[in-house]
Design a protein around this ligand. Structure first.
Ligand SMILES: [Fe+2]
Ligand SMILES: [Fe+2]
Length: 209
């Protein structure tokens, strides 16, 4: 993978590669390391939601042939991720548990254009996914570099690599269907919104986001 360099250049990586405007608060990974069981449950639901959102994009836009072709295998991949996390929970004698309120994703959904054109709404749906993938990738990177447990660092490295690929796929799909300058302009709005939103979210170790 060429997406990431060393830890010292973290904030530069985050800005230049994922586009994110704000690196995760360094306290988060310490808190997460202390509540890994909670993180795994939240993570399991993130993977499930990634799979179901890809399915709903396919159902909503069946005429976008390239998108359908690209997202069909992502559904399988995300569901595979869900199963990997589920297996990890089982190893720890834990069951899935209840789904938590996902403030991060709910805030992003609020920002989606509700009254724009069909194309505007389509673009926002793709960019929402790109952003969730980018932020998840950045969080997994933190876990893959900072957890005490070597096995869990490797576990999260695999997820980090996958989600980096997904982030680029959603941007590429947006640029395939819409003018590049329009995509870039709206992506900037999303990045600015996400920055402001993440600053206001409580830093808690029982959530991926
Ligand atoms: Fe995933
Ligand atoms: Fe993903």
């Amino acid at each position: 993978m060429v997406y990431f360099c060393r830890m010292q250049t973290d904030s530069i990586d985050v800005k230049n590669i994922l586009g994110l405007q704000l690196p995760t608060d360094p306290r988060w990974v310490n808190l997460a390391g202390m509540q890994l069981d909670e993180i795994l449950t939240d993570h399991a639901y993130c993977e499930q939601k990634a799979a179901t959102t890809c399915i709903s994009l396919i159902q909503r836009y069946p005429d976008r042939v390239e998108m359908v072709e690209e997202l069909a295998p992502i559904v399988t991949e995300e569901w595979g991720h869900f199963r990997m996390v589920l297996a990890e929970l089982k190893k720890r004698n834990l069951s899935l548990g209840k789904q938590r309120k996902d403030e991060y994703v709910n805030n992003l959904l609020e920002f989606q254009k509700k009254d724009g054109s069909v194309e505007d709404r389509f673009l926002d749906r793709l960019l929402t996914m790109a952003l969730i993938e980018a932020r998840s990738c950045e969080r997994f990177k933190r876990l893959s570099e900072n957890l005490d447990d070597e096995y869990m660092r490797g576990f999260y490295r695999k997820f980090m690599e996958s989600e980096a690929g997904h982030y680029t796929l959603f941007i590429t799909l947006a640029e395939h269907y819409l003018p590049k300058d329009k995509v870039r302009k709206r992506w900037k709005d999303w990045l600015a919104f996400e920055r402001e939103m993440v600053v206001k979210l409580e830093v808690r170790g029982d959530r991926i986001h």
